[in-house]
Design a protein around this ligand. Structure first.
Ligand SMILES: [Zn+2]
Length: 79
């Protein structure tokens, strides 16, 4: 199994732990995703697989899902 792909993982914390464990969390996204932070409503520009908003909310996505902004999940604040 090639991995870093979380299959259908929908839990942000599980995704975050997975990409940290695999060492992918600082990897660059294939494209920058921009979306509204669900905590502070500021615009987030996510360029790496793990990204923390200025408010502390951490977002994560697996490498295989990085093209799809709907697969980016919030893991929680200051995690
Ligand atoms: Zn925020």
């Amino acid at each position: 199994m090639h991995d870093g792909c979380g299959g259908n993982m929908t839990d942000g914390m599980a995704i975050l732990q997975k990409i940290r464990m695999m060492g992918f969390n600082k990897n660059k996204m294939p494209m920058v995703h921009k979306f509204e932070c669900e905590s502070c409503n500021e615009m987030v520009e996510m360029a790496t697989l793990e990204h923390a908003c200025s408010c502390g909310m951490v977002y994560a996505v697996t490498p295989c899902s990085a093209m799809d902004s709907s697969r980016i999940k919030a893991a929680g604040k200051y995690v």
